[in-house]
Design a protein around this ligand. Structure first.
Ligand SMILES: [Zn+2]
Length: 69
């Protein structure tokens, strides 16, 4: 399946302490952004990381900032 088209149904956000339903599945490229936000993942070995709407938005913005805008 192409990136972004992984089924999010039944999945919850991978961030420790967050139990929101997943809105998006992101790839490993988001890991540095999550680390920059000091968000820890429940499972570090995931290839596809389910994120809730809030954490996806935060991570996306952090990733853009890391890439220099
Ligand atoms: Zn979350």
């Amino acid at each position: 399946m192409p990136e972004g088209e992984v089924d999010v149904e039944g999945k919850t956000c991978a961030v420790v302490g967050c139990d929101e339903p997943a809105a998006k599945i992101v790839g490993r490229s988001f890991v540095p952004a999550l680390q920059a936000l000091k968000l820890r993942l429940k499972n570090r070995g995931l290839r596809h990381i389910p994120l809730c709407k809030k954490h996806y938005k935060m991570a996306k913005e952090a990733l853009e900032a890391l890439r220099g805008g």
